[in-house]
Design a protein around this ligand. Structure first.
Ligand code: BJW
Length: 234
């Protein structure tokens, strides 16, 4: 019987930083170049859809070239080899967890390789650029396609499933996230309430670092494989 048999792992932009994808709030991050109100809110999209399409088209092109790093692979290995349940909840919209082999995965902030139709709610694989004049392949209406991402003021995906997993977990690990954005920043409190051991792995202490029982600082590609290996040792 492993020490922890129900593990929830929350990941953020820091996990994909060493795959060459920018974080949001670091010095050279995305929010240093863009105002989040313009590109990551429904109001910004209504005001200037072209800017938002271009922002996500650029990130989709960059994301399609990125490769998983050692931290993504270590998480996939944990899921394959650990005898307990391991759920990965990612805030990242890139596809690097899947590319590394992670299967039990929730993209709570959406996925950049899919579109969302505001007319029929269909979410569909989308590898090309998105634009206002495109036709939804599902309902065949023009003008409803948008990036399938969760903007500020919108409700993240699969919150019921995440809440149930947190309520049942006995280990919660948070990796490469600033603890700035809710509801993800509140997951550690939910895990503590469930009686779980809580661990933060991050380059710098996050905004919620003081909540965690155990904290390790360092780059994800070093820290994540070495920490997760300790969970696989009997
Ligand atoms: C490394 C590293 C390396 C670097 N190795 N580590 C007031 C109080 C509380 C809440 C609110 C409030 N006012 C408004 C709210 C709610 C709002 C919110 O939280 N606002 C805050 C800013 C205050 N939240 C929402 O609106 C959310 N919806 C919501 O609350 O709905 C209500 C509801 C919820 C639940 C049930 C019922 C109702 C929606 C939030 C949507 C966030 N969307 C974005 C953009 C869309 C996707 C995209 O474009 O990619 O998601 S914002 C952006 O931030 C993106 C990220 O997923 C998210 C989190 O960022 P992350 O991953 O933490 O990145 P960074 O850059 O912040 O941090 C990187 C970390 O990595 C750092 O710590 C580095 O140290 C570390 N690092 N290199 C290891 N190599």
């Amino acid at each position: 019987m492993p020490r922890y048999d129900k593990i929830v792992v929350l990941t953020g932009a820091g996990l994909s930083a060493e795959s060459g994808l920018a974080t949001f709030r670091d010095k050279d991050g995305i929010w240093a170049r863009y105002d989040y109100r313009d590109v990551a809110t429904p109001e910004g999209f209504a005001r200037n859809p072209s800017l938002v399409y271009e922002f996500y088209n650029m990130r989709r092109r960059e994301g399609s070239k990125a490769k998983p790093n050692a931290a993504h692979y270590a998480l996939a290995q944990l899921q394959r080899q650990h005898p307990g349940e391991v759920l990965v909840v990612t805030q990242n919209i890139d596809g690097l967890h899947e590319a590394a082999g992670t299967t039990n995965l929730i993209h709570m902030h959406g996925e950049m390789a899919t579109s969302l139709c505001t007319n029929c709610d269909a979410r569909q694989p989308w590898r090309e650029d998105l634009a206002a004049e495109l036709v939804c392949p599902e309902c065949e209406l023009v003008g409803g396609l948008r990036p399938n991402v969760v903007w500020f003021g919108e409700i993240p995906y699969e919150m019921d499933r995440i809440a149930a997993a947190l309520a049942a977990c006995n280990l919660f690990i948070s990796i490469g996230t600033s603890g700035n954005v809710y509801p993800a920043a509140g997951f550690v409190a939910g895990a503590i309430e469930a009686g779980a051991h809580t661990v933060e792995l991050n380059l710098e202490p996050s905004d919620t670092a003081s909540y965690f029982a155990e904290r390790h600082q360092g780059a994800a590609t070093e820290l994540v494989p070495s920490y997760l290996n300790t969970l696989l040792e009997v």
